[in-house]
Design a protein around this ligand. Structure first.
Ligand SMILES: C[S@@+](CC[C@H](N)C(=O)[O-])C[C@H]1O[C@@H](n2cnc3c(N)ncnc32)[C@H](O)[C@@H]1O
Length: 207
């Protein structure tokens, strides 16, 4: 019996999410592109983030920052579904060819910015309505940078902050701090179709 062909993409809430088997992704890997800080695939938290935003369409989303974007699908969904102008930020410039390929598959553009969370200033954040992130609290060393980024975003007047996570322990530390300091809300979230994903969302309304 012939073996089943590997899936090359998911169509999820209006975006095309390529897998590692997608020809555009395979081409980049053959060319030697290789992200180095875990931005080597689309992480499942992106499904949680997109599903939440699809169900709770943000009122203010003209300018969106996707922090720790990896292949950038959260921001790409905002550009496609909400018409947002998106800046896709990552410390690793090795993710950007994958971001560009994913954006092209979806017929949108986002602006790539190579920057660490620690270097994103309050003044810079003033230009944004919404800050999103998926699976960016995967080491204890990321607790302070992500918490401080949230603090600066709130201070800058970013109206909504949404961070999705597969429930890694550093994320809960970030969430606890944000709940205390900014009245953030922690939501359990899961998706079933076409992909099963579960985790939590930290949502801060700063209107
Ligand atoms: C687990 S991946 C998640 C990628 C993407 N958000 C997703 O859900 O598919 C984490 C991403 O955060 C980026 N990252 C890690 N530490 C960072 C930092 N200090 N500043 C900015 N980006 C960082 C990595 O390069 C990587 O692309």
């Amino acid at each position: 019996m012939p073996s089943a062909k590997p899936r090359i993409a998911y169509n999820f809430r209006g975006v095309t999410m390529p897998t590692a088997s997608h020809p555009a992704i395979r081409r980049l890997k053959r060319q030697g592109h290789s992200p180095s800080i875990h931005g080597n695939k689309l992480w499942k938290s992106s499904f949680l983030l997109i599903d939440y935003l699809n169900k709770h369409r943000p009122e203010h989303a003209a300018r969106v920052m996707d922090a720790g974007c990896g292949w950038g699908i959260g921001g790409i969904w905002c550009a496609k579904a909400l018409g947002s102008e998106v800046t896709s930020v990552d410390a690793d410039d090795g993710v950007f060819p994958f971001l560009e390929a994913s954006a092209e598959l979806n017929g949108v553009n986002t602006t790539a910015l190579c920057k660490r969370f620690e270097k994103i200033t309050t003044a810079e954040l003033k230009a944004y309505d919404m800050l999103i992130a998926a699976d960016v609290c995967f080491w204890d060393e990321l607790i302070a940078p992500v918490s401080n980024l949230i603090n600066r975003a709130v201070r800058a007047g970013v109206k909504k902050i949404v961070i999705a996570d597969p429930e890694r322990s550093p994320f809960f530390e970030v969430a606890d701090r944000a709940i205390d300091r900014h009245c953030g809300e922690l939501l359990d979230w899961r998706t079933h179709n076409p992909v099963s994903a579960s985790g939590a969302l930290l949502v801060i309304e700063n209107a």
